[in-house]
Design a protein around this ligand. Structure first.
Ligand SMILES: [Zn+2]
Length: 352
């Protein structure tokens, strides 16, 4: 529920200096923004209605079968938008802007989805115009890691930081570089795509078709895939996996691999050590290039908290020149698994 709009006293509206600003504020209190999260695998979609302070008033999350058609995703989003933007919820106000965070390559300057590596049918899709026309509201789109990073810097773990590297560790690996509070997009909007940094030449195939990229070695899929494969030769580890998954080994998640490592399972420990090595190599290389003040770790794998952060700090320190590391802080994001959706809302609020 939102608080009912109470008009400021007349003196404030008609006041002398600052009238413009107060008038703007008056209009703004009647407005909302909408944030949309389109996940890279297209299986999970979220829509949120937020006030102009970024507080989420209502949100819905729906899942689809793996890799559905673009049209099916858009139809589902239409239904979700109708629910979230119901006139009763808006209480006479209106939606001023829509922000969309997308789990794929996005040309943010042209408002186009370049591609979603885990889904089909999105290549060069003009998503910004699609929503702007459909909802008759200005729309802004960006990659989900860029959006989540913006949210972490404006209202999360990175408030006040000048140069932030954000890393989203999930089924895919995304990243973003923020300089003085702004996303650094690069010439063709691919800056921050650290999932495709090469960390092991000759390593396994990546979602993009390349080999040995960070995403192929350190994503949640890579962690659980390696665990399941190696465990086949180690009955004790196999039994431990069955125990933590309630006999549903195929549903093993990265956090359970961290749990097994903490319990002393040697295979899980080896896999987590490898994860720290590959992440450490990729991040140390980037630290030398951009000299950030903070690295924020987000996404499902980062929910492992200190079990991920502390050994990674040690690894990066070991790999970096002392002056490159001395002012660097490596932290878990504070917005949790809602960072992408809060990121979509934050995008919508940019320069509003
Ligand atoms: Zn790749």
């Amino acid at each position: 529920m939102t608080t009912p709009h109470v008009p400021p006293p007349e003196s404030e509206i008609l006041g002398k200096p600052g009238t413009q600003r107060i008038t703007g504020k008056l209009l703004a209190t009647q407005g909302y923004v909408v944030g949309i999260e389109i996940s890279g695998s297209s299986t999970r979609q979220s829509v949120a209605l937020a006030d102009l302070d970024g507080n989420i008033i209502h949100h819905v999350r729906r899942s689809l079968d793996a890799v559905p058609q673009t049209q099916k995703v858009l139809e589902l989003l239409d239904e979700m938008l109708a629910e979230v933007m119901h006139p009763e919820r808006l209480q006479g106000g209106r939606v001023l802007r829509v922000g969309v965070a997308i789990g794929g390559l996005v040309d943010a300057t042209r408002g186009i989805v370049r591609t979603l590596h885990h889904a089909r049918g999105w290549d060069n899709f003009p998503l910004q115009d699609y929503f702007a026309e459909k909802l008759e509201t200005p729309c802004i789109i960006d990659n989900n890691a860029n959006a989540a990073a913006l949210a972490e810097v404006q209202r999360g773990a990175g408030v006040g930081e000048r140069i932030v590297l954000y890393v989203a560790l999930g089924r895919g690996i995304g990243g973003a570089l923020l300089v003085n509070g702004r996303v650094y997009h690069g010439v063709t909007c691919t800056a921050g795509e650290i999932g495709h940094v090469l960390v092991n030449p000759g390593g396994p195939v990546c979602s993009c078709g390349g080999y040995g990229h960070l995403e192929a070695l350190a994503s949640s899929q890579a962690i659980t895939g390696a665990m399941a494969e190696i465990a086949r030769e180690y009955p004790e580890t196999e039994a431990a996996i069955r125990r933590v998954t309630g006999n549903r080994a195929e549903h093993l998640i990265a956090q359970q691999v961290f749990q097994l490592a903490a319990e002393g399972d040697g295979i899980a420990q080896r896999i987590i050590e490898q994860l720290h090595l590959y992440l450490g190599v990729a991040l140390a290389n980037i630290v030398h290039l951009v000299n950030p003040s903070m690295i924020i770790l987000g996404g499902p794998v980062a929910q492992a908290g200190e079990a991920l952060v502390a050994p990674l700090q040690a690894r990066i320190q070991q790999l970096c020149l002392p002056p490159a590391y001395q002012s660097l802080r490596i932290v878990q994001g504070s917005l949790g698994t809602r960072a992408n959706l809060i990121g979509a809302v934050t995008l919508a609020l940019q320069d509003l």
